[in-house]
Design a binder for this molecule. Structure first.
Ligand SMILES: *[C@@H]1O[C@H](CO)[C@@H](O)[C@H](O)[C@H]1NC(C)=O
Ligand SMILES: *[C@@H]1O[C@H](CO)[C@@H](O)[C@H](O)[C@H]1NC(C)=O
Ligand SMILES: [Mn+2]
Length: 603
């Protein structure tokens, strides 16, 4: 997993912005943003999707009716052979059936599809797999030979869920009971953040009773009368816990053999480390387990989670079973229960979800602890195809990100605003009351965010010399914006302003102009506007490539003035083409004026 950052789309988890949903969302939006008007298209697609869903339901009803009428009037000429042969695919476009479900009857297909739409994973299959199915041992080879102390702290395992399928939850419980040494497992705490499924009531209680036959009282339940959101739900699990160590997990997981011992051993050594196991991917359709390697957990300036390389020290150890320091956790966390309380557990003011994991990471590091990933502790985690309850994760994430930035990021708060393309002042988003969190930061005497950037997460680009951002418009045609143009492609264009990703521009004091977004990490290359030196067509190239090839990529620009190339002395301008539409061109400067949407510092 050293592909540094780029692996964002590979996505494993969960709950941080991580939920599979989030990951597929990112993937989707990244692809979509390649074209202009992406959001507009997306909205249109949403509408179409909804219509199609409605249509599908109606078609299903018609199919039902037809089938029912056929049953009533059996035709004399039914050919039994023909009937047996080919099973019709009822849902050829459903992600559930792309690799799975070939031989299901039509009734079974309907049942499977219905629960898949509801839960985002294959409940039909889960209901038919043994609760104690075995998992492949995906740990680094050294792990199996490690010997852990007998005398370890006890662990409380907290499972958070909202409308989880019963068999998935049962399998999580079963795996924890079977694969955690009995003397170390203090309890399993089920936190139900206001589920509405009926089977999570009596049927779950029945299962708990059966577990209590073997382990009296080991399962406890915390039930919310209303939905509190992920952060708050995790806090309520922590509050209910009494073990020495608390592990706060998703409920669509199975733990691997010896998952707890390496975690408890590490915390016994140092109560100030907050840990994450390594996740394997469980496919939402086949429930097949795929091994994932170990990497650090981190984030970009919008606070989407992503995998990141470890610091060089970890690779020098040359031992992939060794713990590695990490800027953040993805969502699942294991910590000394009292230490977690001392540093403020989680931010209760974060809503729905997203961002609370990054807040924890920054807080732990700057207030006296550290974060580690433990390669010998593995958890299989289902990557859902979609979250049943949150269609657009970016809304809560944006809000929680601004909240985090306000409390923890000092002068770097502006980078979160920039990355969401919000103005520095009056962004208009209600972040709730942060007084308590600010007090906490003061009380714990935490280090500045700059320390975190310098020492923990130097891969983040601080955007130090950025001077302006947002859309770039020419006085002559104010409804049009500079746009990255078709992708793949290397020609920026002038396009009707829509203010989304493809039209976000950035001007750096160095003279670089980026079009179509800015990268959060130093190891990623932005796309720079260049003057090819001849002809009239501007170019848009990876800044790294542009530098290597000596393209003319540095521009002089002041707000309301010309954009003039430092090498060629030509200007980026607009001119009416044969069709009378304005086009973006490069030509001798004629005195045109450009304005960038937001200014960071006078330039
Ligand atoms: C479906 O059934 C056929 C014939 O019984 C069998 O050969 C095939 O392996 C089955 N496919 C799956 C995916 O189970
Ligand atoms: C699952 O449980 C059953 C019944 O207790 C047992 O017979 C079987 O061996 C177990 N399977 C695994 C893989 O542990
Ligand atoms: Mn999850």
């Amino acid at each position: 997993m050293r592909s540094r950052g780029v692996i964002k789309g590979v996505g494993y988890l969960m709950i941080c912005a991580l939920m599979v949903y989030a990951v597929s969302y990112i993937f989707f939006s990244k692809q979509q943003e390649n074209s202009s008007l992406s959001r507009v298209q997306r909205t249109a697609e949403d509408t179409i999707l909804k219509k199609l869903e409605g249509l599908e339901q109606r078609v299903n009803k018609i199919v039902d009716v037809l089938e029912a009428s056929q049953r009533k009037q059996p035709s004399a000429e039914v050919q039994p052979e023909l009937k047996k042969k080919v099973v019709k695919k009822l849902f050829p476009n459903s992600a559930l059936f792309s690799k799975w479900g070939e031989n299901l009857s039509e009734e079974e297909q309907k049942e499977a599809e219905q629960s898949f739409v509801h839960y985002g994973y294959n409940v039909f299959l889960s209901d038919r797999l043994p609760l104690n199915r075995s998992l492949p041992d995906t740990r680094p080879s050294k792990c199996a030979t490690k010997v852990y102390p007998k005398n370890l702290p006890t662990i409380s395992v907290v499972l958070i869920y909202l409308d989880e399928a019963l068999s998935i939850l049962k399998r999580a419980i079963r795996s924890i009971i079977d694969r955690t040494p009995a003397h170390l497992l203090k309890e399993i705490i089920l936190v139900d953040d206001h589920s509405t499924n009926d089977d999570l009531k009596e049927m779950l209680d029945k299962y708990i009773e059966s577990i209590h036959q073997e382990r009296p009282g080991v399962v406890k339940k915390v039930t919310h009368k209303e939905r509190l959101g992920l952060s708050h739900a995790r806090i309520s699990g922590w509050e209910a816990a009494v073990g020495d160590v608390v592990a706060i997990l998703d409920a669509h997981i199975e733990v691997h053999v010896q998952w707890a011992e390496p975690l408890l051993t590490r915390i016994k050594d140092d109560r100030t480390v907050v840990l994450s196991p390594v996740f394997d991917r469980v496919d939402y359709d086949t429930l097949h387990v795929t091994k994932y390697g170990t990497s650090a957990h981190a984030f970009d300036w919008q606070l989407w989670c992503m995998y990141e390389s470890f610091r060089p020290e970890w690779y020098k150890l040359n031992d992939d079973s060794e713990p590695g320091k990490s800027p953040s956790v993805m969502g699942i966390l294991v910590a000394d229960r009292l230490f977690l309380g001392e540093i403020g557990v989680l931010d209760e003011g974060m809503l729905v979800y997203g961002g609370e994991n990054v807040e924890l990471g920054i807080r732990v590091w700057t207030c006296g602890g550290s974060i580690e990933i433990i390669p010998c502790s593995k958890i299989a985690h289902i990557e859902r195809a979609h979250k049943p309850y949150a269609r657009d994760l970016s809304i809560p994430l944006k809000r929680n990100a601004l909240r985090l930035a306000e409390v923890w990021m000092d002068e770097y708060k502006r980078n979160v605003l920039i990355s969401w393309n919000l103005p520095l002042k009056d962004h208009g988003i209600d972040i709730g009351d942060v007084t308590e969190r600010k007090k906490l930061r003061e009380k714990l005497n935490c280090k500045p965010f700059k320390w975190y950037m310098d020492n923990v997460y130097p891969q983040l680009d601080t955007w130090e010399d950025l001077v302006g951002y947002g859309v770039l418009r020419n006085d002559l045609s104010n409804n049009n914006c500079i746009d990255q143009g078709p992708v793949p492609g290397s020609v920026p264009i002038l396009y009707q302003c829509h203010f989304y990703g493809p039209q976000n521009c950035y001007y750096r004091r160095s003279g670089e102009i980026y079009i179509g977004g800015i990268k959060s990490h130093k190891y990623n290359s932005n796309r720079c506007l260049v003057d090819p030196g001849e002809g009239h067509t501007p170019g848009l190239h990876s800044c790294k490539t542009a530098k290597e090839k000596g393209f003319h990529m540095y521009w002089n620009f002041k707000q309301g003035q010309a954009i003039r190339n430092r090498d060629t002395d030509r200007c980026l301008e607009i001119a009416q083409g044969a069709n009378s539409y304005y086009q973006l061109i490069i030509q001798p400067c004629s005195g045109q004026h450009w304005t960038i949407q937001h200014i960071l510092q006078e330039f």
